[in-house]
Design a binder for this molecule. Structure first.
Ligand code: NAG
Ligand code: NAG
Ligand code: NAG
Ligand code: NAG
Ligand code: ZN
Length: 493
C-alpha cells in the first residue's frame, strides 16, 4: 500500500515540478522537417541493409531471403518504437522463382541467364530460327515442333514468346538480345497464359546468337543443349504499413518504396534508397503534428512484379481506398550517375496522363526542386514500380527517380554532371548495387524533396481533387490521438 501511494506522489511531483521539459509539438512545416534530414542518418540505414544482405553468402535481400526478412524487421521495429504510428505487417504469399541456365552448341558453351518462372528441364535438339519477334503464333515455323526455338527479344513480353513457342510444340526456347550484350535475365510473369504453356527458356547475347544464325542461314544444322535448373515455389513475405495515429484518417497522404532487392545483389540503391529515405522521413515526422494522416507503405516482392503493392490494393475494401488522397513513390533515388527525374503525371512529355491530381504532384516536385536550384526532367509514368497498382484504382500519384539501366544523354550530363553514354545506374539489378553504389548528394536532395511533398500534403491536400466515395474531409478518427498533439517530453540530459 505504501509503495503504491509513494509512486503516485512521485509522478504527480515530477510532472508539476518540471513543466519546462515538455513542449507542445507544432504542425509540420516543410523547412523544419527537411532541416532534420541528414546524409549521415541515411547512410546509417544503408549500412544496416548492407549488413542484412551479407548475412548469407549470396549477398542479397531478395524477397523471402534472410536479408530481406531482417530488412522488414528493422523497418517494423524502428517504426513501432516511435509510438507515433499504427504499424502493421501485411503477410501475403507469392510464387518465388530462381534458376540457372547453361547453353552449349557444337562444342561451345555460352553465357546465359534464367527467366523467372521458366520451368526446369534439359533439352538437346536442333535450333530453329524464328522470324520476326515471335510475338505471333504465325512467326513460328512448323519445324520448331520438338526442337529449340531461337527468338529475338523485342516488341512483346518474354512470357508471350515462351508461351507461343510452347504452343507450337517447341521443347525449349532461347531468347537473344536485340542490342549488343546479354539479356541480363527477366521474368515471364508468374501467371499461366492462355496462349500456351511455358517451356524451358534461356537467353543469349546478340553476338552469340547472330553467329549461330549465320550458320543456320547457311544451311548448317546445329544441335544445342539447353539445361535449365529452376526453383519455383510458394513463399511468404510481408508488407509493412505504418499510419500516423494523428491526422484526418479519411484523407491519407501515402508514400511508398520497396524493401526487396533482386536475387543478384543487395539492392542498396534499388530500392534501399527510396525505402530508407521515407523511413528517415517517417522518423523525423514524429516531432510534429499533421492535419491529414500520413501513411508509409514498405512493399515486398516488387521485383517479382509489384506483388506487395498489388496485394495491398486488391485486398483493400473500396471505402478504405477512397480515403487515400494521393500516393508518392520513391524507387531508386540515389543512382550513381543520377538524373533528377519526376514522374510525368500531367502527360506533357510522354502522353500518359495520371489520375487527376497527378499533375499537381508533378508540379509540386518541379517547383520545389527548381526553388533549390535543381534542374529536373520528366520520366515516363508507365507504372513500372509500385505506383502502378495505385494508378489502376485511379489514385493520384507521383514520385521521383534517378534512373536505372537507361543511358545518360550528353545534354543531361551538362545539366547534372556525370558521364554521358553511361547507364544512370551501372549496377542496376547487379551484385554491385551495394553501399558504394549511392550518390549521397542526389539521395539527400531527393529525400528532402520527398519530405517537402509529404509535409505540404500533410498540412493540406488542396489542389488534389476529392476522390469518388471519399468522406467529407475533416472527419476525425475515432481512434485515440495518442502522442499527436500531446505534450512531448524533451530529454534534458
Ligand atoms: C522470411 O519470412 C517469411 C515470412 O514470415 C518466412 O516464411 C520465411 O521462412 C523467412 N525466411 C527466412 C530465410 O528466414
Ligand atoms: C544454381 O546455381 C547455384 C550455384 O551453382 C546452385 O547452388 C543452385 O542450386 C542452382 N540452382 C538453382 C535453382 O538456383
Ligand atoms: C557458308 O557456306 C559457304 C559455302 O558452303 C562457306 O564458304 C562459308 O564459310 C559458310 N559460312 C559460315 C559462316 O559457315
Ligand atoms: C496521346 O494519347 C491519346 C490517347 O491514348 C491518343 O489518342 C493520342 O493520339 C496521343 N497523342 C500523341 C501525340 O501521341
Ligand atoms: Zn526498384
Amino acid at each position: 500500500m505504501k509503495t503504491f501511494a509513494t509512486t503516485i506522489g512521485f509522478f504527480a511531483l515530477a510532472v508539476s515540478a518540471v513543466p519546462s521539459t515538455y513542449r507542445r509539438p507544432g504542425l509540420v512545416q516543410s523547412n523544419q522537417l527537411r532541416r532534420d534530414l541528414t546524409r549521415s542518418a541515411l547512410l546509417e540505414h544503408a549500412k544496416k541493409l548492407q549488413e542484412f544482405a551479407e548475412v548469407t553468402p549470396e549477398i542479397t535481400r531478395v524477397a523471402g531471403s534472410r536479408g530481406h526478412n531482417l530488412t522488414v524487421d528493422y523497418i517494423y521495429d524502428t517504426l513501432v518504437k516511435t509510438g507515433y504510428y499504427d504499424v502493421e505487417l501485411q503477410p501475403f504469399t507469392y510464387v518465388f522463382s530462381e534458376g540457372n541456365v547453361t547453353i552449349s552448341a557444337a562444342g561451345t558453351s555460352y553465357e546465359s541467364q534464367y527467366f523467372q518462372y521458366a520451368p526446369g528441364g534439359t533439352v538437346e535438339a536442333p535450333l530453329i530460327s524464328v522470324s520476326n519477334f515471335g510475338c505471333d503464333a504465325a512467326d513460328f515455323p512448323t519445324t520448331v515442333s520438338g526442337n529449340i526455338a531461337l527468338v529475338s527479344r523485342g516488341t512483346c513480353e518474354f512470357g508471350l514468346k515462351v508461351a507461343l513457342a510452347g504452343a507450337a510444340g517447341a521443347k525449349g526456347i532461347i531468347i537473344y538480345n536485340n542490342v549488343l550484350g546479354p539479356v541480363g535475365g527477366g521474368t515471364l510473369g508468374p501467371d499461366e497464359r492462355p496462349e500456351g504453356k511455358y517451356i524451358p527458356a534461356g537467353s543469349l547475347s546478340q553476338e552469340d546468337a547472330l553467329s549461330l544464325i549465320s550458320k543456320l542461314n547457311n544451311g548448317t544444322s546445329i544441335t544445342a543443349n539447353l539445361d535449365v535448373d529452376a526453383l519455383i515455389e510458394t513463399r511468404y513475405t510481408n508488407n509493412v504499413i505504418a499510419t500516423s495515429k494523428c491526422g484526418d484518417q479519411s484523407n491519407i497522404v501515402f508514400s511508398g518504396g520497396h524493401t526487396d532487392s533482386v536475387q543478384a545483389g543487395p539492392g542498396i540503391n534499388d530500392d534501399g534508397s527510396g525505402s530508407m529515405g521515407i523511413l528517415e522521413i517517417a522518423l523525423q515526422l514524429t516531432k510534429f503534428t499533421v492535419n491529414n494522416a500520413v501513411r508509409f507503405g514498405f512493399w515486398s516482392a516488387e521485383e517479382f512484379g509489384l506483388l506487395g503493392s498489388e496485394h495491398y490494393i486488391t485486398t483493400a475494401p473500396a471505402e478504405e481506398l477512397a480515403k487515400i488522397s494521393l500516393y508518392l513513390n520513391f524507387d531508386m533515388i540515389a543512382s550513381p550517375n543520377f538524373g533528377y527525374f519526376i514522374y510525368d503525371g500531367d502527360g506533357s512529355a510522354f502522353n500518359t496522363t495520371g489520375p487527376a491530381g497527378s499533375d499537381h504532384i508533378e508540379h509540386l516536385f518541379e517547383d520545389y526542386l527548381a526553388s533549390v536550384g535543381i534542374k529536373t526532367a520528366p520520366t515516363e509514368f508507365d507504372g513500372r514500380s509500385d505506383y502502378g497498382p495505385f494508378l489502376e484504382v485511379n489514385i493520384p500519384s507521383g514520385g521521383l527517380f534517378t534512373g536505372a539501366e537507361g543511358l545518360k544523354t550528353p545534354e543531361e550530363a551538362i545539366w547534372w554532371g556525370g558521364e554521358a553514354g553511361v547507364a544512370y545506374d551501372v549496377n542496376y539489378h547487379a551484385p554491385g548495387d551495394d553501399i558504394t553504389n549511392l550518390n549521397m548528394g542526389a539521395w539527400i536532395q531527393n529525400t528532402k524533396a520527398a519530405a517537402h511533398a509529404i509535409a505540404t500534403y500533410a498540412v493540406s491536400t488542396e489542389g488534389i481533387p476529392k476522390r469518388t466515395g471519399q468522406q467529407k474531409r475533416g472527419v476525425k478518427s475515432d481512434k485515440p490521438k495518442a502522442r499527436c498533439g500531446e505534450d512531448i517530453p524533451i530529454a534534458v540530459m
